[in-house]
Design a protein around this ligand. Structure first.
Ligand code: GNR
Ligand code: NI
Length: 178
């Protein structure tokens, strides 16, 4: 398995959109496995292909405490959403920063599994928020887009500075808060 390089804000490649997956082959499976490996190594609860510079609509998630319940969602779509909440979010592409974001607490969504079979499911709480966060990545959107321009610019500046100085400690911080 390969550790993939996670792009950091304000890298413009995070603004690219993922294309719908049309072919369910070994290559797709290998990308999904490498993304899960990278997500677990980074202590994240989710990862979108766009974050590792692959422009397809593929996300992996594991919100379980034991880190043994991987979800692979291909071409995920939110069908309905309910109950607005504020959720404190972090992102592996914005290491070390956390801000409250407006999300929905309950969603219905559809997706294809790694074999190309279509499914529909519902989610709430952390899983629902995580799916919304990951689908945003597939549309070139980041959680910092929901906060004030001033806060976002400050984060961009700090990350640029850290990047240029090669700060290792920020990458080790755990991005989830539950
Ligand atoms: O690890 C992650 N934690 C998290 C916490 C609150 C809301 C969303 C997330 S997703 C994030 C991993 C990530 O950046 N996925 O794109
Ligand atoms: Ni993210």
């Amino acid at each position: 398995m390969k550790l993939l390089n996670i792009l950091h804000y304000p890298d413009n490649r995070l603004r690219k959109k993922g294309q719908n997956v049309a072919i369910y082959d070994d290559n797709l499976n290998i990308i999904a496995m490498n993304m899960l490996h990278t997500m677990y190594e980074s202590k994240g609860i989710g990862l979108a292909a766009v974050q590792v510079d692959i422009q397809i609509r593929l996300i992996v998630i594991d919100i379980s405490e034991d880190r043994n319940q991987p979800l692979i969602l291909v071409n995920p779509v939110i069908i309905s959403k309910e109950e607005e909440i504020k959720f404190d979010e972090g992102c592996l592409s914005v290491p070390g920063f956390y801000e409250p974001v407006d999300r929905f607490n309950q969603i219905k969504y559809s997706f294809f599994d790694i074999n190309g079979l279509k499914h529909e499911d519902s989610a709430e709480g952390l899983l629902a928020v995580c799916i919304q966060h990951e689908i945003d990545h597939l549309d070139g959107k980041l959680f910092v887009d929901y906060i004030s321009d001033i806060k976002r610019d400050r984060i961009a500046k700090k990350l640029k500075k850290q990047e240029s100085q090669g700060v290792a400690s920020v990458r080790k911080k755990v991005p989830y808060s539950i």
